[in-house]
Design a protein around this ligand. Structure first.
Ligand code: SF4
Length: 295
């Protein structure tokens, strides 16, 4: 293909949905093809709230990005989230909202233990990244923060609202990091110097420094996942893979492993492109649909 030719887009894939398919093809189907609703949780909504504060704090002049200012942003950010997604408030029914807001402040405090925003000037926040591979597969993801050093070195940061990756989930976290690295490399021609997951639950950072061989291997893996998804779509055969992923899967009632019967596969529906505000709504929709996997 010449430099000016653009491949026909044959489909799109995000890190979360690729990881879903790797975990269980049937879970992927329920989430991505059937788009079945899943219950959210106060923890997941708090994660969105804290993400918003950590995004918005960089609108302030550097010297004003203090812990106190971040605390003061939590209630207005919570109001904005409820406006964007009216179901958010209902998640707290029966809970002590003040205690929940305190827990959001604690998560912000954990971030301040790890990073000093007065010394950071992110190049991008909540960056919606799209990357079209030569095969025509479009990779899509929202990266919480991209920092670019004066020498051009790129650092990617993704905030996680829970604790550092628990046993059994390392592979999913590492795959997500590599997926981000691949997207940045393919869109900007620069291999990120470091990719980090910042865990706000227990103030830990998991870092990964990719190299070209890693990212080429990741691209092959992503293509293989897409080939398997395409095959499943063509045949309608999405096999269940019971395991630890069942612990957080909301679809036991429809899963043959638990005695259920999947519904007929619905016709495919196109997804619209995302504006900045739409990305916030998309993140909230993720929270309300995929409360465990969305970070
Ligand atoms: S319950 Fe387990 S096997 Fe069934 S769809 Fe969910 S993750 Fe897959």
């Amino acid at each position: 293909m010449s430099a000016v030719e653009t491949p026909v887009v044959v489909g799109s894939l995000s890190p979360s949905r690729a990881a879903d398919f790797l975990s269980c093809a049937l879970m992927y189907r329920f989430r991505t093809v059937d788009r079945l609703p899943e219950p959210s949780s106060p923890d997941a909504v708090r994660g969105s709230l804290v993400h918003k504060v950590l995004e918005d704090i960089f609108d302030l002049p550097a010297a004003e990005r203090t812990r106190e200012r971040a605390h003061a942003m939590i209630v207005p950010a919570w109001a904005a989230l409820q406006e964007a997604e009216p179901r958010a408030a209902g998640i707290l029914d029966g809970l002590d909202e003040d205690a929940w807001l305190r827990s959001a402040r604690e998560a912000v405090d954990h971030w301040f233990e790890l990073e000093d925003p007065t010394r950071l000037e992110p190049a991008e926040r909540e960056a919606f990244v799209e990357c079209l591979l030569n095969s025509g597969l479009m990779l899509r993801g929202i990266i919480d923060r991209i920092d670019v050093a004066p020498d051009g070195a790129i650092r990617i940061t993704d905030y996680k609202s829970g604790n550092a990756v628990a046993e059994g989930y390392e592979a999913r976290a590492l795959f997500q990091l590599r997926f981000y690295g691949l997207m940045i490399w393919r869109t900007r021609g620069v291999i990120p110097k470091v990719i980090r997951l910042v865990y706000l639950g227990d103030s830990q950072i998991v870092s990964y420094a990719p190299d070209e061989a890693d990212l080429r291997a990741t691209e092959r893996k992503v293509q293989a996942i897409w080939a398997a998804i395409t095959q499943a779509r063509a045949t309608g055969d999405y096999q269940p893979s019971p395991g630890r992923n069942c612990d957080w899967c909301a679809h036991h009632a429809l899963c043959p492993v638990f005695g259920g019967t999947p519904p007929p596969i619905p016709p495919r529906r196109p997804r619209p492109p995302l504006s900045r505000w739409a990305r916030l709504r998309a993140r909230l929709r993720q929270v309300f649909s995929f409360s465990r996997s969305s970070g």
